[in-house]
Ligand binder design. Structure first.
Ligand SMILES: Nc1ncnc2c1ncn2[C@@H]1O[C@H](COP(=O)(O)OP(=O)(O)OP(=O)(O)O)[C@@H](O)[C@H]1O
Ligand SMILES: [Mg+2]
Length: 310
């Protein structure tokens, strides 16, 4: 007579909760798919950055007196650019020029001080949660749990992405094999891997989902030439097969030239020029000019060389 006999057992309750969770996730994904289907055809750029400024306290700055603020400098100063859907856009720039800061702001890890950033029309400050669904949440330079194994780290990331463990495993095993990392070594602790091997696991982690906007901060730094090419090929395939838009940074001029549709040069927090690799070399001097020459010229760091006694 009492409800005792029909009350769900603990196992059943767990089962119901899980089913509800799955249902929520499916609903969310459906909504996201709907949003993307519209966003893909609305003619707006994948990424729009307008007058973006970010200031940090100067490391050497001392606060004098209680009310005095520590002096700040602009790591990014009025940065404006757009990335079209399906474009592969790369930033090059000297150490400390603001590349990672820019990537971190687009990925909602840092807030802008001034200006606007929109990912598929969604403002990073207004709706960071939605932006996070549109981008890859784990950057290539993101940290690992060093005492855990590679596969534990990858499974953890897969859960964050909402990928099924089986699908994730298929993806990362395939990626790792391609870039010359035997998936068997995924049972090793991260701390026992070489720097390049770790970087390969990081690349597989960043590339195992196909987000609408893929943000890659130096995806191939530290990789040997063959693995580098393979990672570049994976990025290009993601664009071709899934229409992924890519924003990346690199110190490798050859990579910028080979992989990017357009390249921006950042210098002391400002964009000094943007264009196709061919446009940049033409602007820097034309025939015979390499992208590296253009880079040195636009960053005012022309190599004065030994013959000048510099
Ligand atoms: N959280 C922070 N607090 C204070 N200063 C910071 C912070 N993050 C970055 N900076 C400073 O902002 C500037 C830009 O740094 P950022 O990491 O964006 O450069 P980068 O172009 O990625 O350099 P690299 O090529 O060496 O990776 C640097 O002067 C750096 O010291
Ligand atoms: Mg950086």
């Amino acid at each position: 007579m009492s409800g005792k006999n029909i009350a769900p057992t603990r196992d059943e309750k767990e089962g119901l909760k899980m089913a509800a969770g799955t249902y929520e996730r499916v609903e969310l994904e459906r909504e996201l798919d709907g949003f993307l289907a519209e966003a893909m055809n609305d003619g707006r750029p994948a990424l729009k950055v307008e007058a973006l400024t970010k200031r940090f306290p100067r490391p050497e700055g001392k606060r004098r007196g209680f009310w005095r603020r520590r002096p700040k400098f602009a790591a990014l100063a009025a940065v404006t650019f757009t990335v079209e859907k399906g474009e592969i856009f790369g930033f090059i720039g000297m150490n400390g020029s603001g590349k990672s800061t820019l990537i971190r702001i687009v990925s909602t890890l840092l807030m802008p001080d001034e200006g606007q950033v929109e990912v598929f029309g969604v403002d990073v400050e207004g709706n960071p949660a939605r932006v996070r669904e549109l981008i890859n949440r784990v950057a290539v330079d993101a940290a690992f749990f060093k005492v855990l194994s590679g596969s534990e780290n990858l499974r953890y990331a897969a859960r964050l992405y909402g990928l099924s463990p089986r699908l994730a495993r298929e993806r990362y095993d395939g990626l790792l094999t391609r870039i010359g990392f035997d998936p068997k070594r995924l049972s090793d602790q991260i701390k026992s891997l070489s720097r390049g091997e770790r970087q390969k696991v990081a690349a597989a982690r960043a590339l195992m989902t196909a987000p609408a906007l893929l943000l890659l901060d130096e995806p191939t730094t530290g990789l040997d030439p063959r693995s580098k090419r393979e990672v570049q090929r994976v990025i290009r395939e993601m664009r071709e097969e899934e229409g992924t838009t890519v924003l990346l940074t690199t110190h490798d001029m050859e990579e910028a030239e080979r992989l990017c549709d357009r390249v921006g040069i950042l210098h002391e927090g400002r964009i000094v020029t943007i264009g196709t690799p061919a446009e940049l070399t033409a602007r820097a001097g034309g025939a015979g000019t390499t992208l590296e020459d253009a880079f040195l010229k636009f960053t005012g760091a022309e190599w004065l060389g030994d013959e000048n006694g510099a």
